[in-house]
Each structure stands twice: as structure tokens, then as C-alpha cells.
Write a protein that binds this ligand. Structure first.
Ligand code: FEO
Length: 176
């Protein structure tokens, strides 16, 4: 892997860790609104982002390149409403999709087929992430300020579960 590629993948590790931070901050915001189901959805999302970071981390290591962990920026701490927090999720995921596409372009230019192949999983994942955030935004727009509707969405979001991705736990390299 060339240095430009490994730098860009290291940058993506940082972006995924920032995403995890962002969703944890959103979870805390939702808890402050007593929306426990929203908070759970965000916590599961934060864990998924951590596993995305680990997927990049493991790939960079496997290819014999150097992982360089960089400082993680502090995310915002509050949003205007339950709707605006999910609008921010959607916007963030669209931005991440752009970052993944940039990586694919870079890997394609470098004729780095292994990295192009590795990134395919993320292309599919981003479609799912954008769709799921957009669905929730649409529902929240539909219910407007209806408290009963918000309660029902909170119940629905509470059912989200975290399913670890194979080989992406922190201990993956230790045989876990
Ligand atoms: Fe790691 Fe939400 O994309």
C-alpha cells in the first residue's frame, strides 16, 4: 500500500472514531430529553462506528502499513430537537459516504485493488446507514410536535440491538 493510501485510511480511522464520539454525545443529549429509546439507538450506532474504525485498523495492520491514531475532535453537545438530532445523523452519514467514495477513488487511481475490494463493504453499509437515518427523519417530520407519536418512535428505537461485526472487536488481534 502506498503512503498516500495508508495516510487516507488512517484519516478514516479517525473519522470513524469521531463518528462514535458524535453518536455518544447524541445519546447523552437524548437521555437529557428522557428519550431512552433514542439514546439506545445512538449508543448502538456509537458501537457500530467503533467497529468500523476497527475494520479499518485491522485492514491497515494486515497490509503491513502503520496505524497512526490522531486526536479526536470534540463533537457538539446539544441540538434543537429530536428531529434536528436525526437530521444531523443523516447529514453526517452523507458526509461519511463522500469520504468512502474519496477513498475508493484514491485506491482506484493507485491500482490498489485489495483496498478497492475492502471498501466495497463500506459502500453497502453507507447506503443502509443513510436509508435508516432518513427513514427516522421522515417519521419525525410526519409526527411534528405530537407527543404520542414521539413516544411510539422512542419505543421503536429502543429495540435496536448491536450485532458485532466478525473480527472487529478491540481484541480481534488477540484471537477474540
Ligand atoms: Fe462508519 Fe456511520 O459510517
Amino acid at each position: 500500500m502506498n503512503e498516500k493510501m495508508s495516510d487516507a485510511l488512517n484519516q478514516q480511522i479517525n473519522a470513524e472514531l469521531y463518528s462514535s464520539y458524535l453518536y455518544l454525545s447524541m445519546a447523552s443529549f437524548c437521555k437529557r430529553l428522557n428519550l431512552e429509546g433514542f439514546a439506545r439507538w445512538m449508543e448502538v450506532q456509537a458501537l457500530e462506528e467503533l467497529s468500523h474504525a476497527m475494520k479499518f485498523f485491522n485492514f491497515v495492520n494486515e497490509r503491513g502499513a502503520k496505524v497512526e491514531l490522531k486526536a479526536i475532535a470534540g463533537p457538539p453537545v446539544s441540538w434543537d430537537s429530536p428531529l434536528s438530532v436525526f437530521e444531523a445523523v443523516y447529514e453526517h452519514e452523507v458526509k461519511v459516504t463522500g469520504l468512502i467514495y474519496d477513498l475508493v477513488n484514491l485506491a482506484t487511481e493507485a491500482r490498489d485493488h485489495a483496498t478497492v475490494n475492502f471498501l466495497q463493504w463500506f459502500i453497502t453499509e453507507q447506503v443502509e446507514e443513510e436509508t435508516s437515518a432518513d427513514n427516522i427523519v421522515q417519521k419525525l417530520r410526519l409526527i411534528g410536535s405530537d407527543g404520542g407519536g414521539l413516544y411510539m418512535i422512542d419505543q421503536e428505537l429502543a429495540r435496536r440491538v448491536f450485532t458485532p461485526l466478525p473480527g472487529t472487536t478491540i481484541l480481534a488481534g488477540a484471537g477474540a
